[in-house]
Structure formats: C-alpha cells, structure tokens
Design a protein around this ligand. Structure first.
Ligand code: FAD
Ligand code: SF4
Ligand code: SF4
Length: 468
C-alpha cells in the first residue's frame, strides 16, 4: 500500500473560529471545527511513531496514531470507532481536554514546532460520525447483573458505558433534570454545545442505560436502599464536586454575588441568556469574576455574552500560574475580558439596600513557592483600591457535597469531603466504588472519565468474584 503523504509544516492546521467581537455577544460555538480537507492535511503531520509517546499523555489510552492513520485513509467512521474503544466521549474530549498538558504535550512534533492537533482531529471524527450516521444500539448481550451509577457527569457516563458493554444493566441516578453533569450545567454552550453531550448520552441510552433524572441519592433514595431493596450489586459514585468554596471576606452575602456554579447553571441549564426563558439572572453592566481557572474564564465570557459592558478577572497570581487552559485565557482576552492579575479582593462593597456596588482589592506580589510549588502571593502594603461593579462571581473552587457521605454507612472521606478510594476506585464500603471529582476534587473531564473506566473494571471483577 502507498505510504501516506507527510506534511512537515511546523504549525498545526488552523481551526476556523468566530470573530472575537461577534462571538463575545452570542452563545454559538467559538471554534468551528476542521473541514475534511483540513483534517486530512493535519493528519499528515503525524509521523506514526512506533513507540506512540502521545498515548502516554492520554488518561484513557486513546489509540492516537491508529485513529489518525484511519483519517489519512479517509475512513472517518472507523477512526471514530477506534477512539470509542477506549473513550466514550470523543466529541467532548476533542473540545475540552487540556490537550496541551496531556496527549499533545508528548507528541514528538512538538519538539521543533507545534504538536499534531490531536484534540481537533478527535473532534473532527466524532462530529463526522454524528453528522453522517444514524445512532443505533450496539446490541450488547446482558449478563443479568445490576449496577447503579450516581451522577451523570463524565465519570458516571464512562463507567456506565463500560459496564453496559460488559453486559451489566446500568441505572444512572442524576439529581438534575438533565444528564451530563458539569458538561451541561458548567461548561457553556459556546465551548461545548449541549446537543453534543446529549448525543453521547443518547448512544448510552440506546445501549440500554437507564437515566433516572431528578433523583437525589441521599434524599430520594439512599445507597443502602439501592443495594438492599432494589437489587443493585454494586454502586459507582460519580457525584462530582459541586459545593462552592467562598472567599470568606466581608460583603460576600450581598445581593449580586454568585458562586460560579450558580451563575453558570442559571445560564447553561436554565437558559438565562435566552429571552424565551424567564430564569432570573442579573443583567449586569460591570462584573468581576474572582479566580483564574477554566470556571472563572467560562463565567467571565458568559457575563459578556449576557450583555455586560465590562468584565474583570481578578486573580491573585500572574498569567504564568493561571490554572485555566491557555486557549481559554487567550479567547477571553480576545473577547475583551480585562485581566487584573496579582490582585486579591478583600471586601465586597454594598449600598444601603445590600446590593453590590464595588469590590475592594489589594495588589499582590509573588514570594517564595508554597506547598503547591507555585510562588506564594503576598499583599503589597498600602496598595488597596476599589473597582465599581454591580455583580461579583466567585470561582475559587468547589468541594464534594457531603450528602452521600452523611447518608451512607461506613463510607470514609477526607477532611474536605473527597471519597477515599484505592487506585481501582474501591471505597471503604463493600460494593461501593467511586471516581472523578467526588474523589479527587475539581479536576478534568478526561481524568473523571478515566476513573469511571477503572472503576467499571473493578466492579466487574467484584461482581464476578462475589458470584463465583
Ligand atoms: P460532574 O461532572 O460534576 O458530575 C457529577 C454529577 O453528579 C452531576 O450531574 C450532579 O448533579 C450529580 N450528583 C451530585 N450529587 C448527586 C446525588 N446525591 N444524587 C444524584 N446525582 C448527584 N475540565 C476539562 O477537562 N476541561 C475544561 O475545559 C473544563 N472546564 C470546566 C468548566 C467549568 C465551568 C467547570 C465547573 C468545570 C470544568 N472542567 C473542565 C472540569 C470538569 O468538568 C470536571 O472535572 C468533570 O466534569 C468532573 O466529572 P465528574 O463526573 O466527576 O462530576
Ligand atoms: Fe488527548 Fe483527551 Fe483525546 Fe486523550 S481523550 S487523546 S487526552 S484529547
Ligand atoms: Fe503522531 Fe505525535 Fe503520536 Fe508521533 S507522537 S504518533 S507524531 S501524534
């Protein structure tokens, strides 16, 4: 067979995206995806390395050179099937994985130029598959054993996907009215359209996964009841880390202060940006978002799209330490978000009615590295200043909700509420497994999906041993 053509360009094939000025006022997806020609051209940059270093950077072991080779051969459907062997969420991961610190970081093409655009290619094949094929059930044979999954975020979905493939009858219990977890209520439409997530969930449903929404485990039903009364032989807890952390500064209970979680849920899940829905949200003019992660970037960019004139990111360290994906910081800058780095809020200012009117900040400088390895921010004496505002969004982190722990006998958690597991996702309570943000605290989509897969294998082994 003829060898595929090589493209030795040091740069990735650019992906078209909406103009920053236009997109800053709409919720349509920012990046528009590769065409077939672009995908073929980018795929030709892959050297098909024998030792597959890129795969070492992927938490779910996607067969990267193999799927890229199938793109080279023009068989995009087979390329998608190749990814699906290890990753049930390719259209999602192709969009939101921090590829720059995972698969693409290990790509040899990155040594003398830009790495192969693995994420963009993954997105291309998943989108191609969705647009050119009818979803149909895989017809997995059932083995007669029942497993419950709590939470329908990436951890729960990937655990459910693998268990279904192995023949288990899986029911996912989800407290919200829609499945998808943070993929739907956290990450905004302009980065990850909800329809993409729905499509990936629909495939699971076609394969027999039962999704029970509006069911809060710990309130509607407990883990003990699921096991004792409903015949589930094992449980996977993928309940995420949805409990917001606050700053603990004066004025934080003023009207107009939101947790990022609440702000984004109102916008994404309850469609506050859409005039046809009457979800209450402040249509603010001047907004400050506190934090420097993906959640902060999403909140700031959402505020712009809801109609704010000025949006600030207030972050106590510098760009270098910012945990958000570089691409997201870049996009936020292009859209006009104003970055106030090395700045720490010390008080939220309110008027006599208790409404936010501003924020008092202090300038910071970086000292010696702290336990996280990042340089510790230290306040500069006498550097206080105020910014006039009408809304503050706090995006400084989240912890797991204590509900599951408090209603489950014998489930050990850390002092901040993370469920304690071994590497396979086994908890202190027999038959109960856990993974994703509920275990690690806020992390990434693909690490949660990876944990779901690992736990699915452990659940399979547990049930087989129990019934041996
Ligand atoms: P979640 O996605 O949080 O899902 C948990 C689900 O469990 C939720 O649907 C919740 O409603 C449900 N649940 C909770 N308690 C119960 C209960 N008692 N009963 C029933 N259901 C329950 N990661 C990236 O890799 N790239 C990004 O660009 C990125 N951007 C992000 C942007 C935002 C705004 C946020 C908030 C996070 C972002 N992340 C990103 C992080 C990533 O989304 C999470 O790490 C990931 O979703 C965790 O998956 P999970 O399945 O563990 O939990
Ligand atoms: Fe890269 Fe994420 Fe795809 Fe793995 S799942 S290959 S880390 S984009
Ligand atoms: Fe292709 Fe890069 Fe992986 Fe080599 S390291 S196989 S060039 S994607």
């Amino acid at each position: 067979m003829a060898k595929p053509k090589r493209n030795m360009s040091p740069e990735k094939v650019e992906m078209p995206s909406q103009d920053p000025k236009v997109r800053a006022r709409n919720f349509k997806e920012v990046a528009e995806g590769y065409t077939e020609e672009m995908a073929r051209e980018e795929a030709q940059r892959c050297l098909q390395c024998k030792h597959k270093p890129c795969m070492e950077g992927c938490p779910v072991n996607v067969q990267i050179p193999d799927f890229i080779n199938l793109i080279n051969e023009g068989d995009y459907i087979a390329a998608n099937q190749k990814i699906l062997e290890t990753n049930v969420l390719p259209a999602v991961c192709g969009r939101v994985c921090p590829q720059e610190s995972q698969c693409e970081q290990r790509c040899v093409r990155g040594v003398k130029g830009e790495p192969v655009a693995i994420g963009r290619l993954e997105r291309f094949v998943a989108d191609y598959f969705r647009e050119h094929s009818e979803p149909k059930p895989h017809g997995y044979e059932k083995n007669g054993h029942k497993v419950a999954v709590i939470g329908s975020g990436p951890a729960g979905l990937s655990c459910a996907g693998d268990l279904t493939r192995m023949g288990y009858e899986v029911t996912i219990f989800e407290s919200l009215p829609e499945g998808g977890g943070v993929l739907v209520y956290g990450i905004p439409e302009f980065r990850l359209p909800n329809d993409i997530v729905k499509n990936e969930i629909n495939q699971l449903k076609l394969d027999g996964v039962d999704l029970e929404t509006n069911t809060i485990v710990g309130r509607s039903v407990t883990i003990d009841e699921l096991m004792d009364d409903f015949g589930f032989e094992a449980i996977f807890v993928g309940s995420g880390a949805g409990l917001p952390v606050f700053l603990g500064i004066p004025g934080e209970n003023s009207v107009g202060v939101y947790s990022a979680n609440e702000y984004l849920t109102r916008s994404n899940l309850m469609r506050a940006y859409d005039d046809r829905y009457d979800t209450p949200i402040r249509h603010s003019k001047k907004v400050a978002v506190i934090g420097g992660g993906n959640v902060a970037m999403d909140s700031a960019r959402t505020a712009l799209r809801i109609g704010a004139d000025e949006v600030y990111i207030i972050y106590r360290r510098s760009f270098e330490e910012m945990p958000a994906r570089t691409e997201e910081v870049h996009h936020a800058q292009e859209e006009g978000v104003i970055f106030k780095n090395l700045t720490n809020p010390v008080e939220i200012l309110q008027d006599e009615k208790g409404e936010v009117v501003g924020i008092r900040c202090v300038q910071m400088e970086l000292g010696e590295p702290d336990a996280s390895g990042r340089r510790r921010p230290i306040p500069v004496e006498g550097s206080e200043f105020d910014i006039e505002l009408d809304t503050v969004v706090v995006a400084v982190g989240t912890n797991p909700n204590p509900l599951i722990k408090s209603t489950t006998e014998g489930l050990d958690v850390t002092e901040w509420g993370g469920i304690i597991t071994d590497e396979a996702g086994t908890t202190s309570r027999e038959g109960v497994f856990a993974g994703g943000d509920a275990v690690t605290g806020a992390a990434t989509v693909i690490s949660a999906a990876g944990a779901g897969k690992v736990a699915a294998a452990a659940i399979d082994e547990y049930i087989k041993n129990k019934n041996a």
